[in-house]
Design a protein around this ligand. Structure first.
Ligand SMILES: O=P(O)(O)OP(=O)(O)OP(=O)(O)OC[C@H]1O[C@@H](n2cnc3c(O)ncnc32)[C@H](O)[C@@H]1O
Ligand SMILES: [Mg+2]
Length: 204
């Protein structure tokens, strides 16, 4: 059975990626995480766009393992910050992956921004690279509003600060949605749905 490496070093993001792939029911492909391959050198995410960074990660995964590789590069794009933190989302406070510090800094930066200008989007670019070199990159976006204080304990990253525009969210933050609710609406869920036809073709 062909293997698909899902290359994320963020455990909570990895869970989401694997969950959405499971729910899509792609038969005939074995999905594996980085924990099952020998650790390889982390490549710097130097791209100017989510798409560039997703490709950097997926190409590195193929080069290290010879397997087809899926990678996500994602982040929060805040209107009042001209799209930042954007590709810098994971290290906005200066400490990579420190969700609490990143959220505190973001809240402080936009504390004077009134409710009607607190719009933002979560963005995910997902790249699939196969050993022959063929590349597919897709994008999903999720619009919402930045809250004034964190709410909820599900998800990860900026989820406690992000209230999706979707009526079904009923004003909850994305950290107050169930996993299934988040996947149905999220930037990552949307991007992966666009990749499913290409993923299915891997099984052929
Ligand atoms: O690069 P990998 O190894 O996949 O893991 P990472 O955490 O560094 O991932 P990114 O470089 O793509 O940075 C994405 C950051 O954007 C934020 N983010 C992305 N998707 C999110 C989501 O669904 N909910 C909340 N925050 C999210 C969160 O802070 C992530 O750390
Ligand atoms: Mg990263």
């Amino acid at each position: 059975m062909p293997k698909l490496l899902v290359a994320s070093r963020n455990a909570k993001k990895l869970v989401e990626l694997q969950r959405v792939l499971d729910a899509a029911g792609i038969d005939g492909i074995e999905v594996i995480g980085l924990d099952t391959v020998d650790e390889y050198r982390e490549v710097p995410e130097t791209g100017a766009t989510f798409e560039d960074n997703a490709l950097i990660k997926a190409v590195a995964g193929v080069e290290a393992t010879g397997l087809a590789c899926l990678a996500d590069d994602s982040g929060l794009s805040v209107d009042a910050l001209n799209g930042m933190p954007g590709v810098l989302s994971a290290r906005w406070s200066g400490r990579h992956g420190d969700d609490q510090a990143n959220n505190d800094l973001l809240l402080a930066q936009i504390s004077d921004v009134p409710d009607e200008r607190r719009g933002a989007a979560f963005v995910s670019a997902c790249a699939l690279v196969v050993p022959s070199g063929e590349r597919t990159v897709v994008r999903g976006e999720w619009r919402g509003t930045i809250l004034r204080e964190p709410r909820g304990a599900n998800g990860f990253g900026y989820d406690p600060l992000f209230a999706p525009d979707d009526a079904v969210a009923q004003g909850r933050s994305s950290a107050e949605l169930s996993a299934q609710e988040k996947d149905a609406l999220s930037h990552r869920g949307t991007a992966l749905a666009r990749l499913v036809p290409t993923l299915r073709s891997l099984a052929d």
